[in-house]
Design a protein around this ligand. Structure first.
Ligand SMILES: [Zn+2]
Length: 418
């Protein structure tokens, strides 16, 4: 057995030269490419070799051709904040009661969400986070199951985590256990008012220890006090920020802290699905009242944020009922928030990638980037609801969805369709 493994390893080591030659090459022919950096390219061929984009331009097509003309082609979207395991019970249709399902069932729901989210056009999702995310992330990365690239915090720090030293120990443990990012709750939930819960010293401990471990720190902060403390502590991003003041927004602009407003889908999803949530935890009448009141407040905050040079990213805070339709966030941002469609797309592509420290890898259609490429039927720059019609999804060079309009020509079958 050992010898056999030795042979296989030697074989693998010999592979690079051979595999470059054998890597499948396909070409995506497009007449509209929103490249993720703010440019729209016309009449281009995107040549994909293996998992990466090899070239883009008016070059000769290589390999089989996917004809995406008539569609809007863009980088796979990045949701910087989605709880990918969130689901309703398949029998009751309601949020599951604690302990009402087996871990296997929870994982099946989660794998289902991952698949739906990928088909919806999201090729990367940051989940802040559940322990279940780790296996999901690794199984998807190994291409055993289909889903978006996952980044996860695995768990989250709260005011109950302990002294600043205990908070630091928590961060070290999470990093050692494989967390990609550190998540902390600097304030309470919007359903509980959103006031600051963690002390300034706890917040500083969390974010400075995260940075010392080479990790980013994403901070749940509804009200301005918790957000301000997080910004001053050098944390990476403010999540929610439902009722941030001008002072805090100015501070974010000054320090270029990412703002992840989870603008529309979150609260609307809760309200639309109220009957499925109510009666569990803080999903009570008072909590729903806070959420309803939070909608106009969030719109006002978002509009004030847009006036400043704050890097805004595209987190939806998708939970049960929202996973798989994360794209609705685009519609809310443009329609209710007044954000220009191109800026909304930038938030979900190159800006999101930068916030994840993946801006050399994803979020842009350019040579050397991962071939995470999607296409919508209709141009979202003209009609934002086109985001609901993702008809083509390629992730890492593999095509996961190809319906309506995208015809492949050519004879080879090595294009990685599945
Ligand atoms: Zn969340």
């Amino acid at each position: 057995m050992t010898r056999l493994i030795g042979v296989i390893v030697a074989g693998v080591l010999c592979l690079p030269i051979a595999s470059i030659a054998q890597e499948p090459v396909v070409t995506l022919r497009a007449d509209v490419v929103i490249d993720g950096t703010g440019n729209t390219l016309r009449n281009t061929n995107i040549v994909v070799r293996g998992t990466k984009i090899q070239s883009i331009g008016q070059t000769t097509a290589q390999g089989p051709v996917y004809d995406l003309r008539g569609l809007a082609v863009m980088p796979g979207w990045i949701d910087t904040h989605a709880h990918i395991s969130g689901h309703f019970d398949r029998k009751t249709g309601r949020l599951p009661e604690e302990g009402s399902e087996t871990p296997q069932q929870t994982m099946l729901y989660t794998a289902g969400n991952a698949y739906r989210t990928l088909l919806a056009g999201f090729t990367t999702v940051q989940s802040p986070g559940a322990e279940i995310d780790k296996d999901l992330r690794d199984w998807i990365a190994d291409r055993i199951i289909p889903g978006p690239r996952i980044l996860t915090s695995l768990r989250a720090i709260t005011d109950k985590t302990g002294t600043p030293e205990q908070v630091r120990a928590f961060v070290r443990k999470a990093a050692a256990d494989g967390a990609d990012v550190i998540k902390l709750f600097a304030t309470s939930s919007i359903r509980d008012g959103g006031g600051q819960t963690m002390s300034d010293a706890q917040i500083q401990a969390a974010c400075s220890e995260a940075h010392a471990r080479g990790k980013r720190a994403m901070v749940h902060a509804q009200g301005p006090e918790g957000a301000k403390a997080a910004i001053l502590a050098g944390c990476t991003s403010i999540e929610h920020g439902n009722r941030l003041t001008d002072e805090v927004l100015d501070l974010m602009a000054q320090r270029q802290v990412y703002f992840d407003p989870n603008f529309g889908l979150l609260l609307h999803n809760y309200l639309e699905n109220k009957a499925k949530f109510i009666g569990r935890g803080n999903y009570n009448e008072q909590g729903f009242k806070f959420m309803e009141e939070g909608i106009p407040i969030g719109i006002d905050t978002f509009k004030r944020a847009l006036k400043r040079k704050i890097p805004i990213v595209f987190g939806t805070d998708a939970v049960a009922g929202a996973n798989g339709r994360n794209y609705e966030e685009f519609v809310y941002r443009v329609r209710d928030g007044g954000q220009p469609p191109m800026d909304a797309i930038l938030a979900a592509t190159s800006t999101a990638a930068r916030s994840l420290a993946l801006d050399k890898t994803i979020g842009t259609i350019a040579p050397g980037f991962e071939a995470d490429i999607i296409a919508t039927d209709g141009n979202p720059l003209q009609d934002i609801t086109a985001v609901r019609r993702v008809v083509f999804v390629m992730k890492g060079g593999t095509v996961y969805k190809n319906v309506a309009g995208a015809q492949k020509s050519g004879t080879r079958s090595s294009s990685g369709d599945r």
